[in-house]
Design a binder for this molecule. Structure first.
Ligand code: ADP
Ligand code: ASP
Ligand code: MG
Length: 446
């Protein structure tokens, strides 16, 4: 069994949906995980914002516009008028259910239903198109399969069981389902957070013991730096699970931050492919890679640095335990940690409300907070290149430096306004690495 995930741009218009159908049709036993058409989840987030502010007119207008974008695709995709009408009616039904929800006063518990519309509508149209093109595909509702626990983490052990109970994917065939959407522990429609369709793909891949998980997107693999900010980035042919996990977690947008671990746990390779250029090799992520040189750089924004300084740390044990208990109490994950004799610095996502956190930390020592920071993560066989890394960032105000425990990454924290410049300056290291590898290939051939 193969799992193929297609992102929003890949399913963004009728021409691309046809292309995806072509790619899927080369397989006879696969699960296809569909994201929402590009732009739709953003629009649905705006619907929720307008609804929360009781701006029913704005919420309805955005929903109407989103529905029209699906109708445009339906008109371009199908040639038969009856089929067009049938598809438009199906979409009308889905949208009118959500219109009814947002016509009532704001209910936090139903915002997941609004956000789920994008993936449900896109996958439904794609399944209809597959059948229209003569393929025997089946529609599977991901809400029946992926459930969250109280900590909002997917319950991996129950996915295989639910697949079994619902008899989903039981016979060889083409199954079309949704990324991103799931149920929470109280039975409400929820999701795996933005970009979560990648995570759905690896969770399903793990539960199904898939032979390969293909993530099809709008670029030819994971690049050695963020192509949105740095010129001349190039795709990396191979990455280890550990390297890919670090890069995804620390901001390489091409992969959801948590999506590598289910595949890694079950040793299922992930292939990143470009829907717009299927012949490009893409990136192969697997277990057998030995890190070589500086491989790639990624950055994560909206970071706050907390520094806790306390004389009680000096010559004492148990301080770090007490400190991390506070983060556990507030359910706030810590990304990077550095310590000295009398102080500890940690980074957290600045979206967390940390008034309560800071006042609790004050019982342990003096606390300072620096906002608007970015984490830069450099991945590869870093040890030999520490001096080069430090040289490349010598002009920047670096708040924290941490060599990862597995020595395959180094994380730096810099002010957000210096992020792009720092990424560009560090890019020389990956470029040098490419040059070095080309030289060693030439030497080998000679
Ligand atoms: P999809 O909608 O297919 O899930 P995403 O927008 O989530 O696609 O991810 C693909 C985008 O990630 C690319 O278009 C690119 O701009 C961005 N990106 C950021 N960092 C990287 C990287 N290191 N390598 C490749 N793409 C990256
Ligand atoms: N549609 C969701 C988003 O835009 C999930 C995804 O595309 O992976 O975040
Ligand atoms: Mg994505």
């Amino acid at each position: 069994m193969l799992v193929l995930k297609f992102g929003g741009t890949s399913l963004g218009n009728a021409k691309r949906i046809r292309k995806v159908a072509e790619i899927v049709s080369t397989h006879s036993n696969c699960v296809v995980v569909c994201s929402a058409m590009a732009g739709v989840t953003n629009a649905l987030e705006q619907v929720n914002q307008a609804w929360e502010q009781s701006d029913y007119q704005q919420a309805t207008e955005i929903l109407d516009l989103t529905e029209s974008s699906f109708e445009v695709v339906i008109h371009e995709l199908f040639l038969d008028q009856d089929i067009i009408t049938e598809n438009c009616l199906g979409i009308r039904k889905m949208f009118s259910e959500v219109q009814h929800i947002v016509a009532e006063s704001y209910n936090e518990e139903l915002k997941g239903n609004v956000l789920s519309l994008g993936e449900l509508a896109t996958s439904w149209i794609f399944n209809n198109y597959m059948q229209y093109s003569g393929k025997e595909s089946s529609f599977v509702n991901a809400l029946n399969l992926i459930h969250l626990n109280e900590q909002d983490e997917p319950v991996t052990s129950s996915i295989a069981q639910r697949i079994h109970e619902t008899e989903s994917f039981s016979l060889p065939g083409i199954y079309i389902t949704q990324g991103f959407i799931c149920m929470d522990w109280q039975g409400r429609v929820s999701n795996l957070k933005r970009g979560g369709s990648d995570y759905t793909a690896t969770l399903l891949g793990a539960a199904l013991h898939a032979s390969l998980i293909e993530i099809w997107t709008d670029i030819d693999g994971l690049h050695n730096n963020d192509p949105r900010y740095v010129e001349n980035t190039t795709p990396i042919r191979e990455l280890s699970f550990a390297e890919a996990a670090e890069l995804a977690y620390f901001g390489a947008k091409i992969l959801h931050p948590s999506c590598v671990w289910p595949a890694r746990e079950h040793n299922i390779p992930i292939q990143l492919k470009n829907t717009m250029n299927p012949d490009a090799l893409g990136t192969h992520i697997h277990s057998g890679m030995i890190p070589q040189g500086v491989k790639a750089i990624a950055a994560k924004d909206h970071i706050a640095v907390l520094r806790i300084t306390s004389g009680r740390m000096f010559n004492a044990y148990g301080f770090l335990h007490k400190l991390f208990q506070v983060f556990e109490e507030f359910k706030i994950p810590v990304d990077v940690v550095t310590t000295s004799e009398v102080s500890v610095s940690v980074t957290i996502d600045d979206s967390h409300a940390f008034e309560g956190l800071v006042s609790r930390l004050r019982s342990l020592g003096r606390v300072s907070v620096e906002n608007n920071r970015s984490i830069i993560c450099i991945v590869g066989n870093i040890q030999e290149h520490l001096a080069d890394v430090m040289h490349a960032v010598k002009h920047f105000k670096t708040d924290m430096v941490s060599l990862g425990a597995s020595s395959n990454n180094i994380t730096l924290v810099v002010p957000h306004k210096q992020k792009v410049e720092a990424l560009q300056s560090l890019h020389k290291l990956v470029n040098n690495n490419i040059v070095n590898r080309q030289e060693s290939c030439i030497q080998l051939q000679a």
